[in-house]
Write a protein that binds this ligand. Structure first.
Ligand code: ADP
Ligand code: MG
Length: 356
């Protein structure tokens, strides 16, 4: 049973957009593009590399299934398109080029991000130098700030959804995957249970109101992962992960943060705070001194200021069991089932304090 609130005007679930400008062509896309391989896949989508025959330009085609679990999900796909359209002037968001429809899928032809996911840099033996991480986090914040200015929240920010325009040297970031994004404000409060356990904010687990601050938590998780190579809340199973998030159980030990500047730790501490209202906004984050340390770090003669190799082994946090397909699905529509499955009796206050 769903308790999702409906917008009285559109009849859509709260926060979903229904109007698009991009025409959806029913012409076979193979007439226009040559499909040359797979770039990634989720539970309901496959993303393929394709080349526009006439121009030779490379794009990423996201094939989204219209029916999921016997339910017509065309509205969700249209919403994803509408969000991409709203973010069209946001340079940090992947551009929507065209759309096609087949019997089973709607295909979004997207700007191609050739450098892959920043996730690869989190799990690589060779972590990025801190100056590069600062640049990528600053760009991510720019993109998020821009979205928030339009009252859009992404709600699925994670290293798999932040791509790079080129791999080596790392290019600029492009935010992808707006399947869970929502428009705030139209019909009052938005509460939903969605996202990916390791990356979601406590308010999502507690079925509390979603705000722009929810995305800032995820930026904190991404920054943590880039600097340490570890996922801060990943437990051995889903239950443990939820508990870690709910209790803001984060390892800030010297061991985890070897060769990472104090300012990086300070930045992350200020985002991984349980109360959403105590987290800084994207704009406030951009003025944090860590993000203005780049030159100092680049020019530092201290070889420990950049980290050519990860200090810690991939260790326990990455050795978590293979992804549960349910996690990929992202929606747990009934807050009652949520309450039963993820009940937390103990709550601790978040570490960190103060404003920037
Ligand atoms: P899902 O909703 O299934 O998670 P995403 O939009 O996140 O779908 O795409 C899945 C994966 O496909 C991404 O994590 C990324 O690896 C790859 N991908 C998506 N969009 C692009 C793109 N524009 N360019 C290159 N790779 C992409
Ligand atoms: Mg994704």
């Amino acid at each position: 049973m769903s308790r999702r609130r409906l917008d009285s005007r559109s009849g859509l679930p709260a926060g979903l957009l229904g109007e698009i400008q991009t025409p959806i062509s029913t012409e076979p896309m193979e007439n226009v593009y040559e499909i040359t391989g797979e770039l990634g896949r989720g539970k309901f989508a496959v993303v393929k590399r394709c080349v526009e025959k006439i121009s030779g330009k490379v794009f990423a085609a996201k094939f989204l299934r219209k029916r999921r679990r016997g339910r017509d999900c065309r509205a969700e796909v249209i919403h994803e398109m509408a969000v991409l359209e709203m973010a069209r002037n946001n340079a940090r968001v992947v551009n929507l080029h065209a759309a096609y429809e087949t019997d089973h899928d709607i295909v979004l032809v997207l700007e191609y991000a050739a450098g892959g996911e920043i996730f690869d840099h989190c799990v690589s033996e060779e972590l990025l130098p801190e100056a590069q991480i600062i640049r990528l986090i600053r760009q991510t914040l720019e993109g998020v700030h821009h979205l928030h200015q339009s009252n859009l929240v992404h709600l699925d920010l994670k290293p798999q959804n932040i791509l790079l325009t080129s791999l080596s040297p790392p290019g600029d970031i492009k935010i992808v995957d707006f399947g869970l994004a929502r428009k705030l404000g139209a019909v009052g409060e938005l509460r939903e249970i969605l996202g990916t356990p390791e990356y979601v904010a406590p308010e999502i687990l507690n079925y509390e109101p979603i705000t722009t601050a929810t995305d800032l938590w995820s930026v904190g998780v991404i920054a943590y992962m880039l600097v340490t190579g570890e996922s801060p809340f990943a437990g051995d199973d889903k239950q443990e992960t939820y508990l870690n998030v709910s209790q803001v159980n984060v390892d800030y030990s010297r061991e985890a943060f070897s060769r990472v500047s104090e300012l990086a730790v300070d930045f992350i501490r200020k985002l991984l705070i349980k109360a959403p209202e105590d987290r800084p906004s994207a704009a406030e984050c951009m003025s944090h001194p860590w993000l203005w340390q780049q030159q100092q770090i680049c020019l530092s003669p201290d070889p420990t200021a950049t980290r050519p190799f990860r200090e810690r082994s991939c260790g326990t946090k990455w050795a978590a069991p293979p992804e549960d397909p349910e996690d990929k699905e992202n929606f747990l529509e009934s807050p009652h089932s949520h309450a039963k499955r993820f009940r937390f009796d103990e709550e601790t206050s978040a570490p960190g304090d103060g404003d920037f």
